[in-house]
Design a protein around this ligand. Sequence first.
Ligand code: ADP
Ligand code: ADP
Ligand code: ZN
Ligand code: ZN
Length: 954
Amino acid sequence: MNDYLRIIGAKEHNLKNINLEIPKNKLIVITGISGSGKSSLAFDTIYAEGQRRYVESLSTYARQFLGVMDKPDVEKIEGLSPSISIDQKTASHNPRSTVGTITEIYDYLRVLFARIGHPHCSRCGTEITRLSVDEIVIKILKEIENELTNDPIKLIKFILLSPVVREKKGEFKDLFENLLKKGFQKVRVDGYFKKISNEINLLKNNRHSIDVVIDELDLNLKDYRAKKEKIKKKLSEISELSLTLSQGLVTLYINEKKEIIFSEKYSCPLCNLSIPELEPRMFSFNSPLGACQRCKGLGVVYKVNPDLVLNKNLSINEGAILPLNKIFYQNTWYTRLLKKALEEEGVDMNRPVKDLPSEMIKIILYGTNKVYRVTGFNRQGERTAIFEKFDGIIAEIERRFLNQDNAIDFDKYIKEELCPLCQGNRLSEISLAITIDKKNIAQITAKTITFLLDYYKNHFFEKISHFERTIAEPIIREILYRLEFLENVGLGYLTLNREAKTLAGGELQRIRLASQIGTGLTGVIYVLDEPSIGLHSRDVDALINTLKRLRDLGNTVIVVEHDRSTILAADYLVELGPLAGEQGGKIVYSGTVEGLKKAQTITSKYIFEKNKIPLYRKPLVKKYGELIIRGASEHNLKKITVRFPLGNLIGVSGVSGSGKSTLIVDTLYPALKYYLQGYYQDKIGQLERLEGYQYINRVYLVDQSPIGRTPRSNPATYVGFFDEIRALFAETIEAKIKGFNKGRFSFNLKGGRCEKCQGSGLLKIEMQFLSDVYVTCDVCQGRRYNQETLSVKFKDKRIDEVLKMTVKEAKGFFVNHYQVLKGLSELDDIGLGYLKLGQPATTLSGGEAQRIKLAAELIKGTNDHTIYILDEPTTGLHLYDIEKLIKVFYRLIGKGNTVIVIEHNEEVLKNCQYLIDLGPEGGDKGGEVVYQGPTEGICKEKKSYTGKYLRKYF
Ligand code: ADP
Ligand code: ADP
Ligand code: ZN
Ligand code: ZN
């Protein structure tokens, strides 16, 4: 057994050839300030090598799809086991994945419903049962016995019928003839008993129902008791006969009082609607057997918004059909059909659309359903004609949108609508009509995890039969196991049908974590990235217990983390540093938490010296007015009124799921945008009124989205000083002699850049079903420019060398150039001194992107009454960096702006001037204002969890 993981000579990114020995089957925390190299060690070295070895072990066939994985820059790793990473970046974009599917709870529910579900007819709602002949006989006997015991003296007539025709058109002459031949005498036609020998004349075009009378029994209780065995035997024969005649049905008719139909198959005895054998696939919206036919299991249908597709000021020939502009002027079969149809229908293609009669516009949008002759050339180059229906541009756009390849082109013309057939439940009518305890599977998945945990644990077994219980028990055990973990990691407020794409990164990560425990794997190395993100202090303990449980199953759990409680819970701690980037990448401590106390590292100072981040808090100011949001009721918000005193640092706190993002990101932000610019293109959360927006000029959501989508964007271009740098290069004598202007030094323009990679230094390789991979450009070796451009030097450095400098290095290099220096200093002050000027946007973390945006704001230096909104800005930040961030907030506020932060971090909260605490719990039990007012006041609020945790600082 290898009890240690040994890493020798790790040099990835900024790592300084480090050696490290980590005990296995322990909870390991890797910490250090941002940019010190934690991810480079945990993800880019340990996890990457584990992955790479795994891929190497696959067949060559499988490998061709996965491509070659770069070997991390490390000499040797010993004791490596298979590794699984649970990070926050890989958001799921599959519209079909939900909380239920990721956690596998849905898979178990499907089995449960297939095994003990009760099907109902989706037309009339009758429960459909399936019985064996013996069961049918027992049921009939029971009915007869009941009837006789109620009236023990009387002779009662029982008729056994075989329903052979149900609501079908015809005269049925042959049927009657056949029945006679087989020896049957009587039938019941449309409710009336008749002898078959009498002429039965039925109207051919009416619908009829016909039952054959198989036998009649006149019984009283005494007779019945005496002849019970005989009757039973007879009933058995009768039923058998009836079932073959009617394909599985037999009816017991009792003295004109009632009748009961028994079915041997899953089919509705009344509507004759039959359903297939129940199986788990019927509950899968990914399977054609289960998916709603209309929306194919998506729950929504995509509709073109007809108001957006035409530019009414243009004529068709000038390009009025906006979504088809790309192809309109090409000569394709479709464009020829379109033009031919419009021409034949007399649509004037040279008149602005707004001047066309409305029938003509209708033809353009919805077509004519007529067929037109279109000519062209076939593959062999011969002239041919085809006949094609024109159904309008809307239908065409919908078709083109559904074709994944050009979906983005049409995205903006499309709106999602709830599927009219399944109402968003995603499943077919048949599947939705199958219930357990009167609930179908969609009603179950619409419930929260907390509800389901209680339901399956405490109430479910009372609601089902003993027989069903034995089948359900092992399935329910698996479901409960998973529900408990989700509840424990603070996600009880989520419903199982919640789509993965609407979850925050932290939520998704905790769900994956919970599902990993469900799999029960052992001997694995798990690598996690800040799992405490999005968690209130109250829930972090539960998270730590989950991590320990994963460890106790026999796994090594490596967590990159800044959170104080998680660090204190580590079995073994590794701290990287001492600083970031070039000045980091070394191991400053490794060992137990106890040992860290004595080590003089940055982390030990912040962890063990209480109140290490001092109070920067300023008193609450009131002179800038107040923004008030009234009657906010989106998602779980309970019609709340919230006040935001402007010109302050305002913290929004509350346990996860309490409604913070709903209030700030989904309601306040879009509403402000709407009032300030007069329109807003996206959804605005429900609210009654917004007051005080006249005090504000601008609102800026400083989120963690990338500062650019391509490797060509980087900190220098985003903050803006790259322009100045290019100007400096253009002013050199060398550049002047060669006639190079500023544009020559841009990698976004043709001329100076390397054309192979178009200035990105990287080549994008599309990986079929995996995410795209970038490799260094082989022409410029990642330098991004062509040879000529690279021959120009400013102060001994080529432009690509400048782009490779860190912010800190560049500060020295440009010390005499104020315009460049200003931007560099802001980046350094905000804790990003370690970034390279040209580091591609695609390699920056969300937290880094967020801080670059803040730096860009500070450089603008405007005093324009802006509201800055930030959602968990401490993500990825060590306490050391958090302190810097708080200072930046106060600089923004010093200029008359307002900063609203959604946060769990106690250091940030204690430094706010005003707090809005939502809760008290998550989901339905949240959405209320627990406290709003000056920060100090929250400690007196008994109901507030936040108040309880902040008390120690006051
Ligand atoms: P941490 O996880 O401690 O915040 P990282 O391991 O992400 O730090 O980064 C360590 C250093 O490596 C930083 O200077 C960072 O800018 C650099 N770095 C990270 N990813 C890349 C990359 N893909 N290419 C180049 N440099 C990188
Ligand atoms: P917080 O930001 O405090 O963690 P949220 O505002 O994200 O809380 O969530 C509040 C409630 O609204 C939760 O019950 C959550 O499940 C629900 N919710 C949030 N976003 C959506 C959404 N897109 N669709 C449905 N429910 C949502
Ligand atoms: Zn549907
Ligand atoms: Zn290149």
